[in-house]
Design a protein around this ligand. Sequence first.
Ligand code: PEP
Ligand code: MG
Length: 885
Amino acid sequence: NDTVFTFGGNAPHTNARQKDKTVTGGKGANLAEMASIGLPVPPGFTIATEECLKYLAEGGDFSDRLRADVAEALAHIERTVGKGFGDASDPLLVSVRSGAAVSMPGMMDTVLNLGLNDETVKGLASASGDERFAWDSYRRFVQMYSDVVLGLDHGLFEEALEIAKEDAGYYADTEMTADDWKSLVAEYMRIVDEEHDAPFPQDPTEQLWGAIRAVFDSWDSERAKVYRRLNDIPHDMGTAVNVQAMVFGNMGDTSATGVAFTRDPSTGERAYYGEWLVNAQGEDVVAGIRTPQYLTKAAREAAGAKPLSMEEAMPEAYAELARLFDLLERHYRDMQDIEFTVQQGKLWLLQTRNGKRTAKAALKLAVDMVGEGLIDEKTAILRVDPMALDQLLHPTLDPNAPRDVLTTGLPASPGAASGKIVLDADTAEVWANRGEKVILVRVETSPEDIHGMHAATGILTARGGMTSHAAVVARGMGRPCVSGASQVAIAREGRMLTIGNRELKEGDTITIDGANGQVMAGEVATIEPELAGDFGVLMEWADRHRRMRVRTNAETETECRMARQFGAEGIGLCRTEHMFFDADRISLVRQMILAENEAGRRAALDQLLPEQRADFVKIFEVMAGLPCTIRLLDPPLHEFLPHGDAEFEELARATGKSVDQLRRRAGELHEFNPMLGHRGCRLGITYPEIYEMQARAIFEAACEVAKASGEAPVPEIMIPLVATKRELELLKDVVDRAAKSVFAASGCTVDYLVGTMIELPRAALMAGEIAEVGEFFSFGTNDLTQTTLGVSRDDAGRFLTTYVDKGIFARDPFVSLDVEGVGQLVELAAERGRATREGLKLGICGEHGGDPASIAFCEETGLDYVSASPYRVPIARLAAAQASL
Ligand code: PEP
Ligand code: MG
């Protein structure tokens, strides 16, 4: 297979491999494409990504074959521009740039002006007739090469330039003369001699291979790895290298360089958008050394800026650029992000790619382009990254506001929030009740913190991964959350915390950004979400094209309302235990748990019944007529136990028992491994009266709502953590008896189903038998992942990042379903279940129900619906549509 591809000039016609981004990278593929449609692209060649992978895996020297192919490709450039690489009279200079299949802006390395040395610089000066330009290019090259290839501190070079300017009394780089640059180059060479064990390489071929090596190495740089991790980009793709004839934006006042978008990437407005600089090279625009100027007159005037726009200063080059913008947009049928250079009046394109955009812009572009006839509805649906919708549904930080970042944790639940630090749930509630905005900061959260999480505007934890309790609950509530911020250390006694070397105390204000995991000191300004028209339009298109239904994981009236507003078509998981924590009933729940016998439990359950019923009435009212899957009690009982002395004393007063008695009983409930302990249906098997009460509450509420509104809800009662058919049989019987008794007493009947969660490997394997009893299955992929991998979902945070970095998992399996492994169990259970019971209703209610890649798997597997937390419902609608297309 070829691994070196030429483009530009009379390079042979590009083949499919060259236009394949996985082979030549995004930049290489687009350069070939642009050249092939006749756009002004400097000639060059691309070395394929597989050479990068080979180099990184094997190390050592490059093969003779590769060296020969590169030499031949270099000759193509020489022929096309009519200059020789290393020619002392009129040298060819090249740029060497990275370019992976997925764009990673600024993450990897670039070297410009390569091919200059003490001899060729003179040739460049005489051939161009511009000595200043030649020496400016040389000093740029030495600095960049020393930084990128030799690994020297670029600060040393910047400092030398600053000193040179200061000594000469200059303000701007543009004041430097040819002689000034010449002396600076001498100074740079001195720095290299001092800091590096060899002199600056003078041989252009050696320079070229050094740069190629550096670009390959930069794929494995720390910042590139972090970027890939944050953006779910696999580590095994490698980068291509693009070597291209230099064109110069620094050849005086008829030359310039810039970057531009064909539309506004933050709003999606149809207006050219960009920055440019006269007499400069690309890195000047990006590096912020000089303040770039506006591209269009309108933008300049709107900003009240003085320096002329490109439209005004270089009208001809600008008109040509605008023509190419339109041509490129029509060709790629998408907004383009372009790098260009004007060399003595002639425009060159150095790069084009589909421009990165905000969620808002993505929606507007998709909807507008359908209107303009550029793309069809299906393409528009595929254009918008479902995860980006998150940005639209939560308040977000003002991108222009300054940030004092204290640390970065995991982006566990999106949205941004500012508030005062509080260190426990009760304080959070008290402060919130007096109207304060608070951020609940905990080492980790547990179910008893729910009221505090609810009261808080945001949650920060030191421990726990993306499916830790804090993360799951926060997403469900729509609270921004940063979890696993391991630098956060809490000293409860002093009500203090430290983050790195910064000390903070309860009451200090911080801001968290759940979209990127940042934790910042003070308040950072936010902007409110707006569900603009484009959002509605795209969602409508998505709904027309999807097969699967989208439900929500919700347990309060507010969450249900929110979810319906976001388009939920039912409840896929109502975790009833969350209702047990409310202040008005936790004491009853504790009395129930600590009762010594069934009679004692029943006495407490009788009092809980009306409370649960009232909860369900509210939910059924909001979900009018839609299916509602309600799960009976799941977590181990000890999670509800009192903790401090005060709580035990209160309970002693309520029950008439002694604190000692209660403590002893609480001790009996201790479990070594509660997640595999007395929880789920095992509670229902040992204490059927608990499930009986819950079933009763559900049916009584359903009948009440059916009578009052005429719209009967369809309860789907779900038994958690089932491993065997017999468990389900026994518990279905408890539910059926409760139904019978309620229907008889109330004279009302509602349809209902009894089904089970599939969240244990045995349940998946025995699905055929379980489906003889179960009337529906819902895949609880949180527990199914935990039990299949043998990885605790609450402790995984400590090592999963390393696992992802080392490529053991492509993504966190608690976030994106392990399709290969856990996925097999889902497929197998679906198949076996449906073989027993034709048309068995199948859904997923683990966190994966809101993850686009997992949703695509659910579509393939033929599930009937996915269920996601309210804020993820729109994401799931769009992802389900994309999966159907
Ligand atoms: C699951 O295990 O996937 C599930 C939805 O239940 P929970 O997260 O409440 O354990
Ligand atoms: Mg579960």
